[in-house]
Design a protein around this ligand. Structure first.
Ligand code: CA
Length: 233
């Protein structure tokens, strides 16, 4: 059974969520505080976490940071009363996978949960591309991504990328020369079907340019971005 951990200090909301999610066929555990959430997430694997930001004992972002630092990696959907663009960007950069503001419609939360629990289209394509290859590698010289170990090399030198940076590089490198719009990248890398009104794509592209080389990713004015095709030799 797919297991969801709800981290929420308001009992009314927690019980509403628990009832709805159980009704949808999920196993549900409720943590009323950040400390309890950390203990539960470390004790047993969960498939997805719904995280409130305004908790009594600590900020939800601190819970997220500690989980990610400990290498605990379930998808996390933030559910919060905070609506600012800075909060959204901070949450996504802090390792959250999605962000929903209260008041919310349960149907929308459920749709997002299903999206997060489904393997991403990029992952599915990997398996299709290299189903029988032992070490799956995506290479557009001089950048090389090892898909199984998630290691990245530029001219043979290893570079550390966050999970999201890796996913963005992988998406672009799969189709060198193809232009991706911001909306496409938001959808393919972040799973959004709308623009949350942030510049998160641009922020991550600038991280990648810094780490992998400024010339790898081209901006095509008015259209989007593409991975530069290697010169024909
Ligand atoms: Ca709260």
């Amino acid at each position: 059974m797919t297991h969801i951990l709800i981290v929420e200090d308001e009992e009314r909301i927690a019980s509403f969520l628990t009832k709805g999610l159980k009704g949808a066929g999920y196993g549900v555990t409720w943590a009323a505080s950040g400390a309890e959430a950390l203990a539960l997430a470390r004790a047993a694997p969960v498939d997805l976490m719904i995280l409130d930001l305004g908790l009594a004992d600590m900020d939800g972002m601190a819970v997220l940071a500690r989980l990610r630092a400990a290498g605990v990696g379930p998808p996390v959907i933030i559910l919060t009363a905070r609506t600012g663009v800075t909060d959204t960007v901070a949450a996504l950069e802090g390792g959250a996978d999605d962000y929903l503001t209260k008041p919310f419609r349960f149907a929308e939360l459920l749709a997002r949960i299903r999206l997060r629990l489904r393997p991403t289209s990029a992952d599915a394509a990997d398996h299709a591309d290299c189903a029988d290859a032992a070490g799956r590698v995506l290479e557009v010289a001089p950048v090389r991504l090892e898909l199984d170990t998630r290691r990245v090399f530029v001219e043979g030198r290893e570079v550390a990328l966050s999970a999201r940076e890796f996913a963005l590089a992988q998406t672009l490198m799969r189709r060198p020369g193809q232009v991706f719009s911001r909306a496409q990248l938001l959808s393919l890398v972040w799973g959004y079907d709308h623009d949350p009104g942030s510049n998160v794509v641009d922020v991550y592209l600038s991280y990648l340019r810094k780490k992998l080389g400024a010339d790898r990713i081209e901006t095509v004015r008015g259209l989007g971005f593409r991975w530069r095709k290697p010169p024909v030799s």
